[in-house]
Design a protein around this ligand. Sequence first.
Ligand code: NAP
Ligand code: ZN
Length: 348
Amino acid sequence: MIQSKGYAAQSASAPLTPFSFERRDPGPNDVVVEIAYSGICHSDIHQVRDEWGGSMYPMVPGHEIVGKVTAVGSDVKKFKIGDIAGVGVTVQTCMECENCLAHAEPYCKKGMVGTYNAKDYAGNITFGGYANNIVAPEHYVYSISPKLDLAATAPLLCAGITTWSPLKHWGVGPGKKVGVVGLGGLGHMALKFAHSLGAHVVQFTTSENKIADAKKLGADDVIISKDSFAMDKQAGTFDFILDCVSADHDINSYLKLLRLDGTLCLVGLPEVPIEVSAFSVVANRRSLSGSMIGGMQETQEMLDYCAEHNIVSDIELIGVHQLEQAYERVLKSDVKYRFVIDMKSLDA
Ligand code: NAP
Ligand code: ZN
């Protein structure tokens, strides 16, 4: 077994504390990554605090993982020792159902196994990236260009692909008017991508102090969502809106901004059910949809696109001992725009 150390939550109400555990020895298809940086996703907080139910403890969160390859199994083809690599939200799928064969692994019919807080097909609980190493099959490990700032690349593994996948699926590009709701970790990546893909992008935010940043990140327009006059002016004009909000909010006010056949796609996962008025979707034949992370192939495409266009996340680098303060700031929508843990701090 491989010795690992990281930070874990022992219950929904306990702070994260140092935790030692073991990972499996690499099998023929496995890659071992020494973790350099690990991003903090709002999903980590939802799961640590058991807001979605079914959390398993001890829990080592983290699914925005980058580092160096330190060992490879005998059948591994894509990686060699010393390569820079990333691991995201998924570490196992059946690889034979129609969804896996269509490169839509998050929708695996047997069930996709998450990088942490999940049971793999052998029944072992998975541990994530707030740790010094990880072992994953090569299918779920991505190549990362040495051109990119490594720490700022970590959030691409979840916030990046989760926004890239729906933007590509719904054909966001030149001539499309696109809205992004919530300027957090996911939202700021959605904004960067939609702008880079050539769409006209409008950022919706509850935070007046983010207006200038939103413009710098690529917004053609920024709307404070509680300004009902500004919201009404946009009615019936959007082709696509990506909702990246982590907490309860009124989605009807965004549905009515869609034009004929427009789509509102949810990627945010508030813990409470969302209320939808039938009138909000019946008018203009609108669609309400959702999207989960992204497939392995499109994740690599996204990373390659980022290397080509020099796109990374805007980050605040922290040490592991600052996790609690970081979580509190995420909950106050006060992060610009993703916390990333420097794993060297595990030894400090
Ligand atoms: P985050 O960094 O905390 O960003 C969430 C943003 O939502 C905040 O910055 C804030 O933006 C806005 N917001 C927060 N509370 C709000 C409220 N009460 N009303 C209106 N707006 C509010 O979170 P994240 O890491 O981007 O994650 C966002 C959500 O996506 C989480 O629920 C997460 O679990 C989910 N997620 C889903 C997937 C997937 O596969 N679908 C993958 C990863 C994450 P403003 O300050 O601009 O208003
Ligand atoms: Zn995530």
